[in-house]
Design a protein around this ligand. Structure first.
Ligand code: FE2
Ligand code: FE2
Length: 477
């Protein structure tokens, strides 16, 4: 019995876990299964390393990021909700004005469970996708950062499992187990969403993923943080504090790669970006192709442009718009309309549809605004070196598998092409087998000397927390 209580004590939480027998019993089964999953599918060969990580031990400003060396299997995955807001109401949809739900409304139970499971499934998926990358990290600083992202995605899984265990009884427990059974890319039992079954084969892909795909996470969590189901709203609100770091890792990672490439081009007076490869850096055309890939598969994650599911999630009050309460309208969307792109007579045109059915598209547009700003910041980095190359986002309809553009062959400029025309250009627009081979050949070993960086990436501007760049962020033992 003592050991049980010990491990409950080791789970930092603000949900009164020590007194919640139902939750304790559910976790007694799930926690060992989770550890089994971490040993199998967590970062390869990392279990004995001491890693300089932050752990959330409370939701206070001093407690949410405590830094120390830790072995990842001993990471204290905790359960946190931001403190409740007194008098909080359902802020949109037909239930607007009711007190926010503290329990699952019976009629919305399966819809709500589906939202939680879909979000929860992405968390372990990304850990699985990234598990081999530690073997070829460009520095101890970067190695530590990927491990930080991985343990926090693990905690995000815990956050969703908490909701399943606490509020959904037996079927919640079954869903929690299934979250540990699916595997990214598995033929028989894959993860739920497409982008989470794509491999993340190298560090350029990892940074693109954390910039583009973790940001989809941010927008999904932000909409769920508006939920009328208060425990979900408060859980997601806390997850967003961690998500910000993941996107920082992605943005600065890509930024440091393009900085290094552009600096090497400028030093060697190279005009043709394709000649950069010979100097041991990643040419900017390849960076653009990775960008095109990760952007387009992430756009698909927002779902169909016209979606009755999204309308139901909104009308019921379960999933809001991005920053719902800051929007100045009736929060019902009865008569409102929204523009979505579609293909007609061989051209991309705008079409006005009911705003209620266009909520996926609206969230996608909010997302695009933010990634556009990030791409401009990368371009500033290139501009400073005097190299004229600029990165850009392809057209929204480029390389889409879901929504109005699926089934069409749209160029990065937004022209509707034939399949043959598109295929002839494919390797100019998306990473080819030889691009992946080239990038991976550059990332064969890992750089383990503190303060040293692989040739293809610039050092960061500062270290982690208060530490210098040449700090020993990971000890291999
Ligand atoms: Fe996450
Ligand atoms: Fe994340």
């Amino acid at each position: 019995m003592t050991s049980k209580i010990d491990y409950i004590d080791k789970i930092p939480n603000n949900v009164d876990l020590g007194r919640d027998r139902v939750l304790q019993r559910a976790l007694e089964h799930w926690q060992p299964a989770y550890m089994g999953w971490w040993y199998d599918m967590g970062p390869n060969e990392s279990h004995n390393y001491d890693v300089y990580l932050r752990t959330a031990i409370s939701v206070d400003p001093e407690g949410w990021a405590v830094f120390d060396y830790i072995k990842m299997p001993q990471y204290r995955w905790g359960i946190f909700l931001v403190p409740p807001t007194a008098g909080r109401e359902v802020n949109f949809g037909v239930n607007k004005g009711q007190p926010a739900w503290q329990d699952v409304p019976g009629e919305y139970r399966s819809m709500l469970r589906r939202l939680i499971v879909t979000q929860g499934d992405t968390e372990p998926a990304s850990v699985e996708q990234q598990r081999m990358l530690g073997m070829c990290a460009p520095s101890l600083y970067d190695l530590r950062n990927i491990y930080q992202v991985n343990v926090e995605e693990g905690r995000h899984l815990w956050a969703m499992v908490y909701l399943l265990h606490r509020y959904f009884g037996r079927d919640g427990r079954e869903e929690a187990e299934a979250l540990l059974d699916r595997r990214s890319g598995d033929v028989d039992n894959p993860r739920i969403l497409g982008a989470f079954n794509e491999p993340t084969p190298d560090w350029l892909a990892f940074y693109m993923f954390t910039f583009f795909t973790d940001r989809d996470g941010k927008f999904q969590l932000s909409s769920l943080a508006e939920s009328g189901f208060d425990p979900l709203a408060r859980t997601c609100r806390f997850m967003l504090t961690e998500e910000a770091h993941h996107m920082f890792v992605g943005e600065t990672g890509v930024g440091r790669i393009v900085q290094r490439t552009a600096e090497v081009m400028a030093e060697n007076k190279i005009d043709d970006p394709d000649h950069a490869r010979a100097l041991g850096v990643i040419d900017l055309h390849t960076v653009q192709r990775y960008l095109n890939f990760h952007y387009s598969v992430t756009l698909d994650l927002f779902g169909g442009d016209v979606s009755s599911n999204a309308a139901s999630f909104y009308t019921t009050g379960l999933k809001g718009r991005y920053e719902e309460t800051k929007i100045d309208d009736d929060h019902m969307l009865g008569d409102a309309t929204y523009n979505v792109g579609t293909v007609r007579d061989g051209r991309v045109v705008d079409e006005q549809i009911a705003a209620l059915n266009a909520l996926n598209e609206r969230l996608r547009d909010d997302y695009i605004g933010e990634v556009q700003a990030g791409v401009e910041r990368w371009n500033k980095v290139i501009e400073k070196t005097g190299i004229p190359f600029r990165l850009r986002l392809p057209h929204k309809g480029f390389h889409r598998q879901i929504g109005n553009f699926a089934g069409f062959h749209i160029s990065p400029e937004g022209d509707v092409l034939t399949e043959a025309q598109w295929n002839a250009k494919r390797d100019e627009w998306l990473p080819s087998r030889s691009d992946y081979t080239f990038v991976q050949a550059m990332m064969t070993g890992r750089v383990v000397e503190p303060g040293k960086f692989a040739n293809w990436i610039a050092p960061p501007r500062r270290g982690v927390h208060t530490q210098p760049i040449d700090f020993e962020y990971v000890r291999f033992n």
